[in-house]
Write a protein that binds this ligand. Structure first.
Ligand SMILES: Cc1cc2nc3c(=O)[nH]c(=O)nc-3n(C[C@H](O)[C@H](O)[C@H](O)COP(=O)(O)OP(=O)(O)OC[C@H]3O[C@@H](n4cnc5c(N)ncnc54)[C@H](O)[C@@H]3O)c2cc1C
Length: 394
């Protein structure tokens, strides 16, 4: 009998699970290393924090992986790319023919003194527990300023702080306290969103909504006693409740060589193939990878497809496509871009919010059986290619 080639996947989140579930098990022995009991659907945190929705936010990792994929419940500690093995915290050594690092990004709540206390007090939208805490905070807030601060331009899901601002405003309106609670969105860029096409759409909407956008605010310090956020150059922003996007870092994994580590520990890869420099058997996908596109689930999903293909000998390439949902209330738009095309203008509509909500429901089926959904997703991506939509948008 021919030996199956060993594929070791580090991380059983969106990218890792999709990749593992795409591999044909008659040819490959696939092992996922994941320390957590649950696979989390991160976008659900927004629905919890601002709409109080009880969505299916997590499932046990072994239920998300298809039968036949091995699961090692442990944390990858060190990877030797030359000797081709992964060492785990629990002392296991897993040898591979192909390695895929899909370990996501680490939220660093220690970088800014005071950040942890803010989260303990108010919550945030980066975990299930924090999202429920934020929901409790916002549903009891009666007056003052609610500040959403983008603490660093490199973040997971760049549209999220904007969704948060829109949905917070709608929540205060539903609660009848909108005239007493002021929502402020503070960003480090000169527009509400890094891409001008999206900023041009949302800026007038924020104005109509009464959300104040504080631009070019580069956060330096948090003054908890005086409830002020301090920016470079002495700028100050007072808050009654504040939520910061956490600074992010690459996964906490040691490599036998520094050649694959980029800024803040993200893993250097070829942007089209996901391949680590100098290694044709090692890849990184999703939030863990250092590539010039937004850190989103779409990126993790599409990179997983490309890497699964490449391991099997096909020449697929990732074109940098994103499709991140920006919910603006009852409507939504998508941030659609690729390496070659900056985000195109996309009008917020009810239909797009419906598509977003349908995707949320379909997520668990898509992750479990990505091959079945691939033609549908491919048709959608083809129909909404940024070069096809062009300046007219959608
Ligand atoms: C509030 C919020 C809303 C979002 N909304 C959207 C959206 O609308 N659309 C969209 O496309 N994207 C969205 N995203 C982004 C999306 O969720 C992420 O980009 C996506 O989950 C990245 O997938 P990943 O596989 O790279 O990482 P993850 O899904 O984070 O998975 C990483 C896994 O690796 C594991 N791991 C970490 N370290 C190790 C280790 N050393 N050894 C083994 N395992 C390890 C972790 O436990 C985790 O399970 C949102 C994110 C947030 C926080």
């Amino acid at each position: 009998m021919v030996r199956r080639e060993r594929v070791v996947v580090v991380g059983g989140g969106t990218g890792g699970a999709i990749l593992a579930n795409l591999m044909p098990l008659e040819r490959y022995e696939v092992t996922v290393i994941e320390p957590r009991r649950y696979h989390y659907y991160h976008p659900a945190y927004i629905y919890i924090a601002f709409e109080g929705l009880k969505l299916e936010v997590k499932r046990p990792v072994d239920e998300v992986l298809k039968p036949g994929v091995n699961l090692v419940r442990d944390r990858a500690k060190r990877i030797d790319l030359d000797e081709r093995y992964v060492e785990t915290e629990g002392g296991r050594r897993l040898e591979y023919d192909y390695l895929v690092v899909a370990a996501g990004a680490r939220r660093d709540y220690d970088e800014l003194p005071g950040h942890k206390q803010l989260v303990e007090r108010f919550g945030d939208f980066h975990s299930e527990e924090n999202a429920w805490r934020l929901w409790r905070t916002l549903t009891t807030m009666r007056e003052g300023s609610f500040v959403i601060m983008v603490s660093h331009p490199v973040q997971i899901c760049p549209p999220c702080p904007l969704k948060a601002a829109f949905l917070a405003s709608k929540l205060f309106e539903r609660r009848g306290v909108k005239d007493r609670v002021r929502v402020k969105l503070a960003v480090p860029y000169p527009h509400p969103y890094p891409a001008i096409a999206i900023s041009n759409i949302v800026e007038p909407m924020f104005e109509r909504e009464g959300v104040e956008v504080v631009k070019v605010f580069l956060l330096e310090d948090i003054n908890l006693d005086e409830k002020k956020l301090i920016g470079y150059g002495g700028a100050e922003l007072e808050f009654d409740v504040a939520v910061l996007t956490p600074p992010i870092k690459g996964p906490d994994i040691e490599f036998n060589t520094d050649n694959v580590l980029g800024d803040d520990g993200f893993i250097k890869v070829d942007r089209y193939t996901g391949q680590m420099p100098g290694y044709d058997d090692a890849y990184a996908i999703g939030d863990a990878a250092e590539i010039p596109t937004a850190k989103t689930g779409t990126t993790a999903h599409l990179m997983a497809e490309v890497v699964a293909d490449r391991i099997q000998g096909y020449g697929s390439r990732y074109d940098g496509r994103t499709n991140c949902a920006l919910i603006t209330g009852e409507d939504a738009l998508f941030v659609i871009s690729s390496y070659e095309h900056p985000p195109v203008p996309v009008r917020p509509t009810r239909f797009k919010r419906l598509l977003t909500d349908v995707f949320t429901k379909a997520y668990w089926r898509i992750v479990k059986n990505p091959a079945a959904w691939r033609p549908i997703i491919r048709s959608y991506l083809e129909a909404t290619r940024p070069d096809r939509l062009g300046e007219k948008g959608w």
